[in-house]
Ligand binder design. Sequence first.
Ligand code: ADP
Ligand code: AMP
Length: 217
Amino acid sequence: MRTFIVLLGPPGAGKGTQAQIVAETLQLAHISSGDLFRENLKGQTELGKQAQDFINRGELVPDDLTIAMVRDRLQRPDCAQGALLDGFPRTPAQADALTEMLADLDGKVVCVPCINVPSEVLVERLGGRWTCRAQGHVYHQLYNPPKETGKCDIDGSELYQRDDDKPETVANRIRVYLAQTSPLIEYYQKRGLLAEIDGTQEISAVTADLLAAIRKD
Ligand code: ADP
Ligand code: AMP
């Protein structure tokens, strides 16, 4: 049975930061739907063109496009043991689709950590976020700065500020999370899979809590 972990939490909670560390520790693939969309935007694929306006407005890309993209990604060989999902599912319809997809792949969701961080902290985190062009590694100008300004420690590529990290788009993304994604907290709680994590701690303490929650299952 393949094991899948779903990381829940608002934009800026630290899902990407933690997913990179936890996926490497547990030797699981890290699948970020946001990174998949950004690759499509960069490559100007048909999907990228269809998703672009939604992403720039801080809205969700429609479920059918998102589900098809993730379904495709889960077929790749690096998901043979399972994967850590970061940013997907984001609606109950996506969560239902995930359950169906995993049944076909002899897999299931085993744990859903939800990283909790208050909105005012999210705004500050996203305002100072710098992202690596090559692989989406994330930094923060104050809380997790790169060794060399503007350059990724891991792959040396250029760091940039995402267009959707500007304050008005961030405010909309937080609203969208509360309206459309936060119902997944109850969705997974009812299924006995939710683990609440305090995301206001420093990065290493959040990692420790996440690993403890995942290993309990
Ligand atoms: P998400 O993937 O949930 O949107 P990120 O992992 O990209 O969030 O983190 C958002 C920003 O907050 C980044 O700039 C990151 O460096 C920073 N960050 C992540 N975790 C913490 C933390 N525990 N404390 C302070 N800053 C953090
Ligand atoms: P993220 O990198 O997770 O912050 O996602 C960036 C943007 O990509 C979001 O604001 C959405 O526009 C889009 N996106 C990412 N994942 C999803 C998803 N599961 N469903 C719909 N839209 C998504």
